[in-house]
Ligand binder design. Structure first.
Ligand code: SF4
Ligand code: SF4
Length: 128
């Protein structure tokens, strides 16, 4: 399962991901990280059976956690199945099936590339 972490100023300099891994023993995979001196945004893949434990461990450390259930949504009225998003997406979220573009949202890491690249402006990220 994918989690989005929002690391606020004040805790960004602490090794929160490492300490949660040590505490929970969860095999997490960092799929995207954007961190600077004051804040950060991290997308993690976490085993389903460890998900709740990992969420609570991050929250205890002051990290805001969001479960990425449907990270990207498409306006079906606007999509013309051009396939631009199939080429752009780095995680293979989109693919052709019978000449139509279908999505596997579970692969999305919310990088935003498809939102910018879609000529129809049919895609948007689900933000909380
Ligand atoms: S790039 Fe936009 S219009 Fe083209 S297939 Fe993807 S969502 Fe549809
Ligand atoms: S935001 Fe778009 S391009 Fe980025 S991973 Fe998700 S579906 Fe792929």
């Amino acid at each position: 399962m994918k989690l989005m972490l929002h690391v606020a100023p004040g805790i960004v300099r602490y090794p929160v991901v490492a300490s949660v891994i040590l505490e929970t023993g969860a095999l997490v995979n960092i799929e995207r990280a954007s961190i600077d001196a004051v804040s950060g945004e991290i997308v993690l893949e976490v085993p389903a059976e460890k998900c709740q434990e990992v969420i609570e461990a991050f929250q205890k450390r002051g990290v805001k956690v969001m479960l990425l259930e449907i990270p990207v949504v498409r306006d079906e009225n606007e999509c013309v199945h051009c396939g631009a998003c199939v080429s752009i997406c780095p995680t293979g979220t989109f693919r052709f099936e019978d000449w139509r573009v279908v999505a596997d949202s579970g692969k999305c890491i919310q990088c935003g590339a498809c939102v910018v690249g879609c000529p129809q402006r049919a895609l948007k990220l689900v933000l909380k």
